[in-house]
Design a binder for this molecule. Structure first.
Ligand code: SAM
Length: 298
């Protein structure tokens, strides 16, 4: 079978399974399997493939047809132009979360090539300092702590997660992205009364679990059947972590410190309310789709 015939058949199968953009996914899966660019796949439509490759390819296509996320199949994902290893113990970093990383980088005086200009009027800034300390609560793959460390050279980060298996991936990602010497990874439960970091931080960043528990069953199968529930469940109303952050952040922040969090599409007002009850001033940032996606508080 040729590449063209094979990807056409796979595309049809993925379409029947209601996978979005089935033809492209079919091409991308073959590009991953052959370790070639997508352009190579498109340019070599008449190339015949061996039986063993065809068999392996259809195994991948079937996994994708069962809604296994593409990133878990390949074990890789891109965030802030950096490459991260992922497996089902970590949430797959989302493009929506980049606004939070960019806001923190902007607050710390760093630059990320395209966005900091539009953010700079909205984001609170920290006074310049030779060395900043940052804390990432619920680090998962480490995408926030690692990208912030990559784009802000004078920061050291502490990254906390309740999941030791997630931390193993995060540590590997820090090594691969060459920032492991500036990030300490700690296994701890942020919701526990025992959570007691002694340091003070200039900035706390968090993309906490924020899906209300009862909404989990209505999430897309690729999310609810594959991504870790501990990364999703935010308690009865999805706001448990924000209440805890509002309570604990003042004890963990320097007096002029900043708290920066991601939130669900309909949660920003409630979170601003929670934060203002704890004497935080807040500003809201929208993501690329115009949805309120991040709250910066001081
Ligand atoms: C929404 S994910 C965010 C992961 C990553 N920061 C990102 O933006 O892609 C939330 C993370 O919080 C972690 N987590 C859940 N409950 C926690 C707790 N009580 N204490 C610390 N971390 C927790 C989960 O294991 C998960 O890695």
């Amino acid at each position: 079978m040729t590449i063209k015939e094979l990807t056409f058949k796979a595309g049809q199968y993925l379409k029947e399974k209601e996978i979005e953009d089935p033809s492209k996914e079919a091409g991308l899966l073959l590009s991953y399997l052959l370790n070639k660019d997508l352009s190579y796949i498109y340019a070599h439509g008449d190339m015949e493939l061996e039986e063993s490759i065809i068999k392996n390819y259809f195994e991948l296509v079937e996994r994708r047809g069962n809604f296994e996320p593409f990133a878990y199949i390949t074990g890789k994902c891109e965030f802030m132009s950096l490459t991260f290893d992922v497996d089902p113990s970590v949430l797959i970093p989302r493009a929506d979360t980049e606004i939070l990383a960019e806001a923190v980088i902007c607050a710390l005086g760093g630059t990320f090539f395209w966005s900091s200009l539009s953010l700079s009027e909205k984001v609170y800034k920290l006074p310049p300092k030779p060395d900043y300390k940052g804390l990432d609560i619920g680090t998962g793959s480490g995408c926030l702590a690692i990208s912030i460390s990559k784009f802000v050279e004078n920061i050291t980060m502490t990254a906390v997660d309740i999941s030791e298996t997630a931390l193993e991936i995060a540590r590997r990602n820090a090594v691969n992205n060459k920032v492991a010497d500036r990030i300490e990874f700690i296994n701890a439960d942020f919701l526990s009364d025992e959570f007691g970091l002694k340091d003070k931080y200039d900035i706390i960043v968090s993309n906490p679990p924020y899906i209300p528990d009862e909404d989990i069953s209505s999430l897309m199968p690729s999310v609810k059947n594959y991504e870790p529930l501990t990364a999703l469940k935010g308690g009865r109303d999805g706001l448990v972590f924000y209440r805890e952050l509002a309570k604990k952040a003042p004890l963990l922040l320097e007096p002029d410190g900043i708290l920066a969090v991601e939130c669900g599409y309909d949660q920003s007002e409630k979170i601003q309310q929670i934060f203002s009850e704890h004497n935080f001033e807040t500003t809201v940032l929208t993501d690329f789709s115009g949805i309120n996606r991040a709250i910066i508080a001081k």
